[in-house]
Design a binder for this molecule. Structure first.
Ligand code: ATP
Ligand code: MG
Length: 289
C-alpha cells in the first residue's frame, strides 16, 4: 500500500506558514552563548550567535572542524541547552528535543536489529499513533521509504544495505515524522563522492516537494552552494560566532552540471573559499591557500 507523502506535506507546509506568527523568523536564535563545563574548567564554545531562518528556507552551517557547528545544531534540536540567549522555533522556545525538529546524524544511527521499515515505523508511531490507525501508520512508513527510493529494501536490516542506503533510511525516518524542521549534521560526510552527489540531488528533490525548513552542517563548499538559500560561515573557536552569511541567489531546481560553469555559482563558491582559507584559515593553512 502506498500513499503520496509528498503532496500533503507540501500543502501542509504552505498552510503552516500562515499559522505561524513569524514565518520570517521560523527559527530564531537570539544572542546565544554556549559555555561547556568540563573537568578542566569552562570552555567557551559559542558567543553572540544571532540567526533567523525563514519557513521553507535551506540554510547550511560551514566552518572549520571544532568551531561549533554541531553545537549550534544541537541547540536548535534541543539536545543541548544554551547557557545564554534563547532559541525559538515556530513561536515557541526550544527547551528540549521534539519530533517537530527531526535530526539526521552523520553516522545514520539506525537500530541494527530492526528492518528499514521498522526503523522508520518507530518514528512514525511515536508521532502519529495517538490519532491514526495502524493501516495509516504503515502507509506513512511506506510512503517515506518510497520518497527516498527505498521501498524495495523495507524488509532489509541495516547490515544488509549500503552506507548511502542507510543514510537514506535515516532521512526517510526524519521526513516521515513530518517535522517542522529538518536538522542534518554532515549527513553525507562519510559517503563516497558519487553516492554523496546522488543523495544531494535526491535531497534537493525531496525538499522541493515537501517545502521543509532545513538547517544542515557541512564541510563541503560545493554541497553548501548547491543546496543552500543561505550559507552561514562560522569563525574559528574558541568563542566562535557567525562571521558572515552568504545568500545563494541561484534559481531552483538546480542542476549540478549546468551550475559548474555558472558565474553566480562560481562567485559564491569563491566567496566561501575566501572566508574559510584566507580570512579564517586554521593555523598553518594560510600559506597553502
Ligand atoms: N559536551 C561538550 N563538552 C565540552 N566541550 C565540548 C562539548 N561539545 C563540544 N565541545 C567543544 O566545543 C567545540 C565545538 O564543538 P563542535 O562539535 O560543535 O564542533 P564542530 O564545528 O561540529 O566540529 P566538526 O566539524 O569537527 O564536527 C569544540 O572545541 C569541542 O571540543
Ligand atoms: Mg560537528
Amino acid at each position: 500500500m502506498k500513499t503520496s507523502l509528498a503532496k500533503p506535506m507540501a500543502e501542509r507546509a504552505a498552510e503552516g506558514s500562515s499559522l505561524v506568527r513569524n514565518a520570517e523568523r521560523f527559527i530564531d536564535v537570539r544572542d546565544v552563548e554556549m559555555v561547556f563545563t568540563t573537568r578542566k574548567g569552562r570552555f567557551h564554545a559559542l558567543r553572540d550567535i544571532d540567526l533567523q531562518v525563514r519557513k521553507g528556507e535551506f540554510v547550511t552551517l560551514i566552518g572549520h572542524s571544532g568551531c561549533g557547528k554541531s553545537t549550534l545544531l544541537n541547540l536548535i534540536a534541543g539536545l543541548t541547552r544554551c547557557t545564554g540567549g534563547v532559541v525559538i522555533c515556530a513561536d515557541k522556545e526550544v527547551t528540549g528535543p521534539s519530533p517537530e525538529r527531526a535530526v539526521v546524524f552523520q553516522n545514520h544511527s539506525l537500530l541494527p536489529w530492526l528492518t528499514c521499515f521498522d526503523n522508520v515505523y518507530l518514528g512514525v508511531e511515536r508521532v502519529f499513533s495517538s490519532r491514526e490507525s495502524k493501516v495509516q501508520l504503515v502507509a506513512r512508513t511506506h510512503a517515506a521509504l518510497a520518497l527516498v527510493g527505498l521501498d524495495h529494501a523495507s524488509a532489509k536490516r541495516p547490515h544488509e544495505i549500503s552506507g548511502g542506503m542507510k543514510q537514506r533510511v535515516g532521512i526517510a525516518r526524519a521526513l516521515a515524522m513530518e517535522p517542522k524542521v529538518l536538522l542534518m549534521d554532515e549527513p553525507f560526510g562519510a559517503l563516497d563522492a558519487l553516492t554523496r552527489a546522488h543523495l544531494q540531488d535526491e535531497l534537493l528533490k525531496i525538499v522541493g516537494k515537501t517545502g521543509s525548513t532545513v538547517v544542515m552542517v557541512t564541510h563541503d563548499v560545493d554541497e553548501a552552494v548547491l543546496l543552500s538559500d543561505r550559507i552561514v560561515m562560522m569563525t574559528n573557536g574558541p568563542a566562535a560566532t557567525i562571521g558572515e552569511i552568504l545568500s545563494v541567489d541561484l534559481a531552483r531546481p538546480r542542476d549540478r552540471i549546468a551550475l559548474a560553469e555558472d558565474a553566480a555559482y562560481v562567485h559564491c563558491r569563491a566567496s566561501v573559499l575566501e572566508f574559510l582559507y584566507r580570512r579564517h584559515a586554521m593555523p598553518g593553512e594560510k600559506k597553502a591557500a
